[in-house]
Design a protein around this ligand. Structure first.
Ligand code: GDP
Length: 477
C-alpha cells in the first residue's frame, strides 16, 4: 500500500482494520502513535461533527497491516464543559469506527476520572480494548502499572519516549484484530449496492459518474461489460457490487407506462441488494413516492443512504443540507435520521463523500453486537424510561442478544412479548441504534417469551465493576 495515498476515507472505513488510540491530552498518545506507525506518514482526516482533526496512518506488525488513528487531544477550549463534550464526542466517534481501541493513560499521573470515563465508554462499546500505561520509562516504574490491575484492567506498560513495551503493545494489537480478510464484506464479490429511485432523479447519471470516476476501478472480470446486470467495482481497495446496473441504464427517461414494471423490478433489486442508495431530486425534496421507496427498502431490511441529487440546480440560498433534512423531518419524520448526502451527478459535487458513507453504513449493517453491551444498553434504556404496565401487569425484560446480522437483529426475552407496546419497542430499538451507531440500518427487534422461573442472565455491569442495574421495568411506583 502506498503511504502517500492513504488513507482513502473509504479504505479507512472498510479495507483495513482500524485501531484507535484514545485518552486524555498529554498522556503521550501522539508519541505512541508515531512509534506504532514508525516512520509512515500520517494524514490528517477531518471527521464531520468532531471538533478536532485526527491523524491516520497505516501500520504494519507481524505481517498484519492496520490503520492507526490518533484522536488528537483538545488542548484548549473556552469552557470546561465544551472541552469535556468535545473530547467525549471525539472519543465516541473514534471508538465507533475502531476494530480495536487502545486506551492510553499516564502511568506517572495514575488513573484520573477522565481515564475511567474513557474506559467505561470503550467497555460499553464491546470492542476489544487494550490499556497502554505510558511514561513508564524505567523498569522500576512498572509497579505503578499494577495499580491498574486493581481496576480489573490488564495494563501494558510502555514508554513511548524510550520505546519500551511498544513491540509488546503491537503484538497485543495484532492479536486483537479481526481475522485477516475480515468478515466477508457481503460474501462473494463484496457488499451489494443498488441505486434506486423514481424515474428522472438521476440514477443513470450517477451510475455513470460512479463508474467513470477516476478512483473507481472496474474489476477486470467477466461481467463488467456495459450491459452487465451487476457491476463489480473496487473503491479504496474495497470490493462492492453495483446491482442491476443494466436496468438503470435502460430505464432512463422512461415515465409511465413502464412505471409499474419499474416498481416490480425495483422489488427484485431490493431482494438482491444489501445496501441501497435512494436517489432524490434535491429541488423536489422527498416526495411521497420517494418515501414509499425508502419504506420498502427499510422493510426489506436494507441499509439506506439518501442522495439528494441535482444539488447544483438549487439556488445558492437553498443549498443547505440542514434545511433539506428539516423538510424530510417535517413531511416524512421516520426517515429524518437516515444518512444523507447532497450531490450532483452533473458536477460531481458531494460525491467524494459517497463511498466513505456507504462503508460506514455497511459496517452498521454487518455489525456484531456483543451480548454484554446489548444488555447494558437495554438496562440503561429501561432504567431511564421504564416500560408501561399494560393491564397492570408489569413488563419485564430479562436479557437480549443479537440473533442475526446483515442487517442486525436483536431478540429480547420478556415475560410478555405480545404486550410490548409498539412505541416502546421503537424506543428500545432507537436506544440500541444510538448506542451502537447503527446509522442507516433497520435494526430488527424481536420479543420472545421467557418464563420467570428461568434465571435471567445478569447484565454486564457487575462484570464491569459498576453498580448492577437490573434490566427490567420498575412497575410499582
Ligand atoms: P434516471 O431516470 O433516474 O436514471 O435519471 P437520469 O440519470 O436519466 O437523469 C434524468 C435527467 O436529469 C437527465 O436529463 C440528466 O442529465 C439530469 N440530471 C441528472 N443528474 C443531474 C444533476 O446532478 N444535476 C443536473 N442539473 N441535472 C442532472
Amino acid at each position: 500500500m502506498n503511504d502517500a495515498r492513504l488513507p482513502d476515507p473509504a479504505a479507512s472505513a472498510g479495507g483495513l482494520p482500524v485501531v484507535a488510540l484514545v485518552g486524555r491530552p498529554n498522556v503521550g498518545k501522539s508519541t505512541l502513535f508515531n512509534r506504532l506507525v514508525r516512520a509512515r506518514r500520517a494524514i490528517v482526516d477531518d471527521v464531520p461533527g468532531v471538533t478536532r482533526d485526527r491523524l491516520v496512518a497505516p501500520a504494519t506488525h507481524a505481517g498484519r497491516e492496520f490503520l492507526c488513528v490518533d484522536t488528537g487531544g483538545v488542548t484548549s477550549a473556552p469552557a470546561r464543559d465544551a472541552l469535556a463534550a468535545g473530547v467525549r464526542a471525539q472519543t465516541l466517534a473514534a471508538i465507533a469506527e475502531a476494530d480495536v481501541v487502545v486506551v492510553v493513560v499516564d502511568g506517572v499521573a495514575g488513573l484520573e476520572p477522565e481515564d475511567r470515563e474513557t474506559i467505561r465508554l470503550v467497555r460499553r462499546s464491546g470492542k476489544p480494548m487494550l490499556l497502554a500505561v505510558n511514561k513508564l520509562d524505567r523498569p522500576g516504574r512498572d509497579a505503578l502499572a499494577h495499580d491498574f490491575l486493581r481496576e480489573g484492567l490488564e495494563p501494558l506498560a510502555v514508554s513511548a519516549a524510550h520505546h519500551r513495551g511498544v513491540e509488546a503493545l503491537l503484538d497485543a494489537i495484532v492479536a486483537a484484530l479481526p481475522p485477516p480478510g475480515g468478515a466477508p464484506a457481503g460474501g462473494e464479490g463484496g457488499t451489494r449496492v443498488a441505486i434506486i429511485g423514481r424515474p428522472n432523479v438521476g440514477k443513470s447519471s450517477l451510475l455513470n459518474r460512479l463508474l467513470g470516476a477516476e478512483r473507481t476501478i472496474v474489476a477486470p472480470e467477466a461481467g463488467t461489460t456495459r450491459d452487465a446486470i451487476d457491476t463489480p467495482i473496487v473503491v479504496g481497495g474495497r470490493r462492492w457490487v453495483l446491482i442491476d446496473t443494466a436496468g438503470i441504464r435502460r430505464r432512463t427517461h422512461v415515465r409511465d407506462p413502464l412505471e409499474r414494471h419499474g416498481a416490480v423490478r425495483a422489488l427484485g433489486t431490493l431482494e438482491r441488494s444489501d445496501l441501497v442508495l435512494v436517489v432524490l431530486d434535491a429541488a423536489e425534496g422527498m416526495t411521497d413516492q420517494d418515501a414509499r421507496i425508502v419504506g420498502r427498502a427499510w422493510q426489506a431490511g436494507r441499509g439506506v443512504v439518501l442522495l439528494a441529487n441535482k444539488w447544483d440546480t438549487l439556488p445558492p440560498e437553498r443549498r443547505d443540507p440542514a434545511d433539506f433534512r428539516a423538510a424530510i423531518a417535517t413531511f416524512h419524520g421516520a426517515f429524518a435520521d437516515l444518512p444523507l448526502l447532497c450531490v450532483s451527478a452533473k458536477t460531481g459535487e458531494g460525491l467524494g463523500g459517497l463511498w466513505p458513507l456507504v462503508a460506514r453504513v455497511e459496517r452498521a449493517y454487518d455489525a456484531t453486537l456483543p451480548t454484554p453491551a446489548v444488555n447494558e444498553a437495554l438496562a440503561d434504556a429501561v432504567a431511564s424510561h421504564p416500560p408501561p404496565s399494560p393491564g397492570g401487569r408489569p413488563l419485564r425484560f430479562f436479557y437480549a442478544t443479537q440473533t442475526a446480522r446483515r442487517p442486525p437483529a436483536v431478540t429480547v426475552f420478556t415475560n410478555a412479548p405480545e404486550a410490548v407496546p409498539a412505541a416502546y419497542a421503537r424506543y428500545l430499538a432507537g436506544q440500541l441504534v444510538a448506542r451502537f451507531c447503527l446509522v442507516g440500518v433497520p435494526l430488527r427487534l424481536r420479543f420472545r417469551a421467557r418464563r420467570r422461573a428461568e434465571r435471567p442472565r445478569v447484565p454486564s455491569r457487575a462484570a464491569a465493576g459498576e453498580r448492577p442495574r437490573p434490566a427490567r421495568g420498575r412497575s410499582r411506583r
